[in-house]
Design a protein around this ligand. Structure first.
Ligand SMILES: [Fe+2]
Length: 362
């Protein structure tokens, strides 16, 4: 009989007090355009408006909302909301968070989410934890004959099923990772260790999906910023369809579709009109049901495979661009052919003469 000796030796009694990432607030300087992206392209359902905020949910999500889009001059993250497993679990986590010194206190419930306890990560990103929820009740015409569906599949855009995970740019990955482990009971699934032993990335899970939150080193040295928030398709064809739609609508796909080594998820990264990076997940990552799972350590020669299993490499800005961002709120990776043509034009040469004579111009 073989039991992972390292994990067993280090294992404290596990905590399963957090069920899932249940809500997320996204700041946008152009709320109408950001709502267009999530509602008309990603098929989310708008369920409420209040003040400067719009509330939406994915069609397979049970609660009244999972996404809150709020007007701010700069893009970024308002908070990530986690649902506790029970009222007693919430009480236990609140006590632990208070002991950490990073508690902010209770905030009122809104739009179907009950009172929430607010706190920050060591790097400053705001988090909330709650128990009470209100379940979404579809209109009669939207009810599905498939009784385990919350509603019929929407006939708009390419509908995502719901929220999946988030990724926070961290000044100190290890500090944030320890906070999630000690005060919220998250388990480490995989991490990236550099040759000087600094932790450059950590992927943690509340329950069994490969990760609910990722913490990656902020290449700009700031920390506490949103790298991306991710939404799930669960199907490669749907990811291909939305890439077609988004490209047709002039949106910038930053990277993918491709496959990550870490988590094995199929992804595409896109900037929503407000400037936030959004990840859309095709086939999801693996699940972990092994209670003595030993975290995967990605080191040195394997690092490239950790980030990209197959597909084009990520642009360098992937490590430094997060929201809020000092400077332009988006960037475009130069296309080498466009760049070459521009250089020829600057030099006074028509580099395409004689080549494109029969090409059709649009
Ligand atoms: Fe991600």
């Amino acid at each position: 009989m073989t039991i992972n000796p390292v994990t067993t030796h280090q294992m404290a009694e596990p905590i399963f007090d957090i069920a899932e990432l249940s809500s997320f607030e996204l700041f946008s300087p152009c709320v109408d355009e950001t709502v267009w992206f999530f509602r008309d392209l990603l098929g989310m359902i708008e369920t409420g408006r209040s003040g400067d905020s719009v509330f939406l949910r994915g069609w397979q999500e049970a609660y009244r909302h999972s996404l809150k889009i709020t007007y701010r001059e700069r893009p970024g993250m308002g908070f990530a909301g986690w649902r506790a497993m029970s009222p007693a679990a919430l009480e236990r986590r609140v006590k632990s968070i208070k002991d950490s010194g990073l508690a902010r206190g209770w905030v009122e419930g809104e739009q179907g989410i009950g009172p929430s306890f607010e706190f920050t990560l060591p790097d400053g990103a705001v988090q909330r934890i709650h128990w009470e929820v209100e379940y979404y009740q579809p209109e009669r015409d939207d009810r599905s004959v498939v009784l385990n569906r919350v509603q019929r599949r929407p006939l708009r855009g390419v509908p995502i099923s719901g929220l999946d995970h988030l990724n926070i740019l961290s000044r100190n990955v290890s500090d944030n990772r320890r906070f999630f482990a000690e005060h919220l009971g998250f388990k480490l699934s995989e991490h990236i260790l550099l040759s000087d032993h600094t932790e450059a990335g950590a992927w943690l899970r509340a329950m069994t999906r490969s990760h609910d939150i990722a913490l990656v080193k902020d290449g700009a040295g700031q920390g506490g910023r949103l790298h991306h928030v991710a939404f799930l398709y669960g199907n490669s064809q749907h990811l291909a369809d939305i890439c077609d739609v988004m490209t047709d609508q002039g949106l910038e796909l930053e990277a993918g579709p491709a496959l990550h080594g870490v988590s094995q998820a199929q992804f595409v990264y896109v900037f929503e009109p407000g400037g936030n990076r959004i990840e859309l997940v095709g086939t999801p990552g693996y699940i972990i049901t092994d209670p003595s799972w030993a975290p995967v350590n990605w080191v040195q020669d394997h690092l490239d495979s950790a980030i990209i299993w197959y597909g084009a490499p990520l642009p360098t800005e992937f490590d430094t661009y997060g929201t809020p961002h000092d400077g332009p709120t988006r960037y475009r990776t130069p296309n080498r052919y466009i760049a070459a043509e521009a250089a020829l034009l600057l030099a006074g040469t028509d580099g395409l003469s004689g080549i494109n004579e029969h090409a059709v111009s649009r």
